[in-house]
Design a protein around this ligand. Structure first.
Ligand SMILES: [Zn+2]
Length: 273
């Protein structure tokens, strides 16, 4: 069975969400981790995870929501949430860096926020579920080292870097997560990274509905006709897994078993759960 390590399904309307979950489950996904990106999203993530056996959740403040971060008040909420939901809260995420259009001041605020999230993860002994983009990779890796994030480990969702960067994550005990990027027509180098590395270092995430660059399967001869600017859906995890199996020249079952086992180890869940 497939394990989706990073989704935002509480942003779908309940009816639409149930439909999407059912489709994903029909294609083999058994477990989802809903990641809240700000304090106001925490109740929705808790509700989703507590109402279903197949959902867990994480809490954090996303770098793009740095203006919403209140410091101590948010941290107190995150701590209290773990106390109240110890079996369901499995990570600190989504957190990280995303400079995008950020000016120096905003970038500095993001770095301070990210340090707070790492310190919280260490205090609570939870893995990090992280977001980054190309411009901040170096800063992110430096902060992970300075803040001793290897004590808790975790994952970089939607990984898109080269082999050297992947190695830096693995050396610190982080998994690199395979996403819809594996289908991008220009991503030959990335497919090369995924081909050459051990399955031990990989998990998978659909980021639904976050990721924007995907192929929508249709009933044509091409199972993956390419479409830009569509939001991701949880069913895409199966197409990510299919592609990873093809790239590595192994079976879908092997990909599913290894990445699900890694996800459970990362989230400290029972191996057979
Ligand atoms: Zn996300």
């Amino acid at each position: 069975m497939l394990f989706d390590t990073h989704v935002h399904l509480s942003s779908f309307e309940p009816g639409e969400r149930e439909k999407q979950i059912a489709t994903a489950k029909g294609l083999g996904t058994s477990t989802f981790v809903e990641v809240a990106g700000s304090a106001d999203n925490v109740p929705k993530a808790v509700e989703l995870a507590e109402s279903r056996d197949d959902f867990y959740f994480g809490v954090a403040c996303h770098p793009n929501r740095v203006e919403m971060y209140s410091g101590e008040k948010d941290l107190a909420l995150f701590r209290k949430t773990l106390k109240e939901h110890p079996k369901k809260m499995v990570c600190i995420g989504e957190c990280g860096l995303d400079y995008g259009e950020a000016d120096d001041q905003r970038a500095e605020k993001q770095r301070a926020l990210f340090r707070d999230m790492i310190r919280l993860a260490r205090e609570l002994a939870l893995p990090l579920n992280m977001h980054s983009e190309r411009l901040c990779t170096r800063d992110l890796l430096t902060i992970l080292k300075e803040e001793k994030a290897s004590e808790v480990g975790g994952m970089m969702h939607n990984f898109g870097g080269n082999m050297d960067i992947a190695k830096e994550y693995w050396d610190m005990g982080f998994y690199t997560s395979v996403s819809v990027l594996i289908h991008h027509p220009m991503a030959d180098r990335l497919r090369g990274v995924f081909r050459d590395v051990s399955l031990d270092q990989m998990v998978m995430d659909s980021d639904a509905p976050g990721a924007k660059l995907i192929r929508i399967p249709a009933d044509s001869s091409d199972p993956y006709p390419y479409e830009m600017d569509k939001v991701s859906e949880p069913r895409m995890l199966r197409y990510i897994a299919d592609k990873l199996a093809e790239v590595k020249g192994i079976s879908l079952e092997e990909v599913a078993a290894a990445t699900a086992q890694n996800a459970k180890r990362m989230y400290r869940l029972p191996a057979d759960g």
